[in-house]
Ligand binder design. Structure first.
Ligand SMILES: [Ca+2]
Length: 240
């Protein structure tokens, strides 16, 4: 009888242990499953982010390939109007996109950028280029302001022309390197005030890569009067 009781007791103990183990086991499995779910969610989020980054990189690579593939550099944003019409000297009439005539008149380029209301030479980095501007009234010059609207910093020399046609250098050197996306007014004080109505801006376009564009050039007299150009010519224009 005692033996039977002991056996029943042991059996009951064993059953209890099994139940306990079963509970622990299922509990652990549940925990594991929840943990895996969380980890899977996190991995899925990471994967989605990586997929987006990869997509961005792919489009960047495509853009880079496109710009590298163009051996003849092209303007990106816009197509110039009236392209292929070379104008030796402009003194009125319609303006070509990026023609030298775009540097006449008041500034009209709203922000820094590759915008056709400014003059751009034919090639972006060919070397020496110049822009010559005529003004209506001769004035005793105190300063020249050049509005550089894209890739500024390539101006290498400024000259003025006397009535007899003699060209005088008023400034020569390097300007501080600027950010390409900045619209800047480069100021060139004229050391010896000279009465003129024509000036020339020289660029060394190798100094700053990409098109170096000029929106307008202002003459400021020593008495404070100022004027914008009415006529123009250039070594080359993107619209030629
Ligand atoms: Ca302009």
């Amino acid at each position: 009888m005692i033996l039977i009781l002991v056996l029943v007791g042991t059996f009951w103990e064993i059953t209890r242990s099994f139940t306990y183990i079963e509970k622990r086991l299922f509990g652990t499995l549940d925990d594991l499953s929840e943990h895996s779910n969380n980890q899977f969610q996190a991995l899925a989020t990471d994967a989605e982010q990586l997929r987006r980054e990869l997509q961005d990189l792919r489009s960047e690579v495509t853009q880079l390939k496109q710009s590298a593939g163009n051996t003849t550099p092209r303007k990106r944003a816009e197509t110039p109007s009236r392209i292929g019409q070379r104008i030796a000297h402009w003194s009125g009439g319609p303006k070509r996109g990026w023609g030298h005539e775009q540097a006449t008149g008041e500034p009209d380029t709203p922000r820094a950028g590759d915008i056709q209301t400014a003059w751009a030479p034919k090639q972006p980095d060919a070397g020496e280029e110049w822009l010559k501007l005529d003004y209506e009234t001769p004035m005793t010059l105190g300063q020249i302001n050049v509005i550089e609207s894209y890739n500024p910093g390539a101006i290498s020399k400024m000259t003025v022309f006397l009535e007899d046609g003699q060209e005088i250098i008023v400034w020569e050197g390097t300007t501080t390197v600027q950010r390409p996306d900045e619209l800047v007014i480069s100021k060139f004080p004229v050391p010896e005030p000279t009465t003129v109505k024509t000036l020339k801006v020289y660029l060394d376009t190798r100094r700053v890569s990409g098109w170096n564009e000029i929106d307008a050039v202002q003459m400021i007299a020593i008495n404070g009067d100022s004027q914008w150009a009415i006529g123009s010519s250039a070594s080359s224009s993107y619209s030629d």
